[in-house]
Design a protein. Structure first.
Length: 373
């Protein structure tokens, strides 16, 4: 065990003994997320010194990296071998930070435009090494996909926001970059965009990502195709639309991933950004009066909404009626101090499971307290 890891373990044990809260830190790219962000409770525990690629086997499509490894460094290494993280983790580097880390990527569990087709972060986590709330170094999973009995701990860590333990090392499945890619544009309103996406979803098309957005009253649907060259070319012919060409097209999808599109950057300071997760077949949602049309991703399954703080209850109710949920992603600057919840309340049985898990992994509750509640 090297000195850096030993220092982190000793720090956790000391805080556990004293009952001192710890705020697990990486690149700071997601400090905006959570009540009162970025002023979350606890002493900072900087994970960036624990960095580096532990192992990489391109032929086996597996990479293992320490938690503090810059995400950009990992993606650059994969690109040298024609491989990538298919779930397109957001970097949010444009929100005032130097860039995210591998541990933060897993802890946040956030995925980019390709999530609906390629899967989420947790689908690619093969194994993790963590430090629990007792200061014990534990390893779960491995470097292969296999069935498990009981809780799949590596996947539990994805989206736990560090509240189940300090991630120190992660093994990830990676995939080759598809040989062909094309982006099509369709001028249509939101209802027509959803109708098209639903119809295409039932066909053998290489759909990879989609984004509908309204600009100056004109709705536009962008669809990205990825896969075998013949399949992409055939889909372009059968789907129609306007083929988007030029070196800026990949950058536009990166801007969508990192919320740098004009729709995101034009958000009013007194408006919060909400993330509505609903079934892909959900119709156009009747948003509260005065709330602008959403930006729609994931073939209709993700609806981004900008709204004043007092619209939160209405948005939660709309998402629930559609069979989904609403998450407060970025609080309005004027209302951060009054934010009490990021996620919808869990049903009682599920809430009990969450509580038991936290008590098992972090009995003293020292990891990232108040991050989500």
């Amino acid at each position: 065990m090297d000195a850096t890891l030993r220092q982190i373990i000793d720090r956790v044990r000391g805080c556990a003994d004293r009952g001192t809260a710890l705020r697990i830190c990486g690149g700071g790219t997601k400090d905006f997320f959570g009540p009162g962000a970025p002023q979350h409770a606890g002493e900072p525990l900087d994970m960036r010194p624990l960095a580096g690629i532990v192992s990489y086997e391109p032929s086996e499509l597996v990479v293992t990296a320490r938690a503090g490894t810059p995400l950009a460094e990992l993606e650059a290494l994969l690109a040298q071998h024609g491989q990538s993280l298919p779930f397109e983790p957001p970097r949010f580097a444009g929100l005032g930070s130097a860039g995210g880390t591998v541990g933060g990527m897993v802890a946040a569990g956030l995925s980019g435009p390709a999530r609906a087709s390629a899967g989420a972060v947790r689908d690619y986590v093969l194994g993790v090494q963590i430090i629990n709330g007792r200061g014990e170094l534990l390893r779960f999973g491995g470097q292969v996909m296999k069935n498990v009995a009981g809780y799949d701990v590596p996947r539990l860590m994805a989206g736990a926001w560090g509240q189940l333990g300090v991630i120190t090392e992660v093994s990830l499945k990676v995939l080759p970059v598809p040989p062909a890619e094309a982006t099509l544009r369709f001028d249509c309103d939101q209802a027509e965009a959803l109708r098209r996406l639903h119809a295409w979803g039932g066909q053998p098309l290489p759909l990879n990502a989609s984004c509908w957005v309204e600009d100056d009253g004109q709705g536009r649907l962008y669809v990205r195709l990825r896969g075998a060259r013949a399949a992409v070319q055939a889909a372009c012919r059968s789907m129609g639309g306007a083929l988007q060409q030029g070196p800026g097209v990949p950058g536009d999808w990166n801007a969508c991933r990192d919320q740098r599109l004009p729709w995101f950057t034009a958000r009013a300071p007194d408006h919060a950004l909400w993330r509505l997760s609903v079934p892909q077949t959900a119709p156009v949602l009747p948003l509260p009066a005065g709330v602008a049309p959403p930006l729609v991703e994931w073939h209709g399954g993700l609806r981004w909404v900008q709204a004043p703080p007092d619209a939160g209850d209405a948005l939660r109710a709309l998402a629930a009626q559609a069979g989904g949920s609403a998450t407060l992603f970025i609080a309005a600057s004027a209302g951060k101090s009054g934010v009490k919840a990021v996620f919808d309340a869990y049903p009682e049985p599920l809430a009990a499971i969450h509580l038991r898990l936290r008590q098992a992994f972090d009995p003293a509750g020292i990891f990232n307290p108040g991050r989500l509640v």
